[in-house]
Design a binder for this molecule. Structure first.
Ligand code: GLN
Length: 205
């Protein structure tokens, strides 16, 4: 069962180029993870790179900085447009903040964001004491084994809209991974732990 699933995925992988927004943040770790599972990758720094990819990952980093760079490199509108046309898009941590339609404390006027997903992101939601931590999360959609997740100044995802599926929560129910059709957001960093299941899940979208 798993084997035949992997085989189908491998044949799909051959004709797929996964873009990774490479302006700031931990894009290299995503590249390495994708390379390990045999997917072709393309760092996206300019609009012409975006045209070469079938889907896009927005890595963790600093959402305010990435937002500004998206404007500077003229990528904000093209990415939004592609996503609206159905291109699968996955944001990890800062990337999830950029994808959220709403920010808990309000998005400062003029702060650029993709604002595509019907969810509220609460930045740095785990507080200063708990800057970074790790937790095992049950994520039925990617398999039975819990996923060991790394959180780094992570946001929480709140107030999911009707079309949003919750993929993972903390033990107390706070949301840390969600999906709205072809849009995927995780508060944690699957690219940092060597577990490729979340990347494979994204490639299936
Ligand atoms: N706290 C960061 C922000 O608000 C996100 C941290 C991360 O991507 N690891 O952008």
């Amino acid at each position: 069962m798993i084997n035949s699933k992997l085989k189908t995925q491998n044949s799909k992988l051959r004709n797929m180029t996964v873009g990774i927004l490479a302006l700031q943040g931990d894009f290299r770790e995503h590249e390495e993870t994708l390379r390990r599972i045999g997917a072709a990758t393309q760092p996206v720094r300019l609009p012409k790179h975006l045209e070469q990819v079938d889907r896009l990952i927005i890595p963790g980093g600093e959402s305010t900085t990435i937002g500004k760079l998206l404007v500077l490199y003229k990528l904000l509108d093209p990415i939004r447009e592609r996503a609206r046309q159905g291109m699968p898009l996955w944001g990890t941590c800062a990337g999830a903040i950029l994808m959220a339609k709403r920010i808990a404390e309000g998005r400062p006027a003029g702060q650029p964001a993709l604002a595509l997903m019907d969810i509220t992101a609460r930045r740095n939601a785990f507080g200063r004491q708990l800057d970074s931590f790790e937790a095992d999360l049950a994520i039925p959609r990617i398999g039975e084994e819990p996923l060991h997740a790394v959180f780094i100044r992570a946001p929480l995802l709140e107030a999911p809209g009707m079309d949003v599926a919750v993929l993972a929560t903390m033990g107390d129910g706070r949301i840390v991974a969600a999906q709205q059709g072809h849009l995927l957001a995780t508060a944690f960093h699957p690219e940092l732990t060597g577990d490729e299941r979340f990347h494979r899940y994204f490639l299936e979208l």
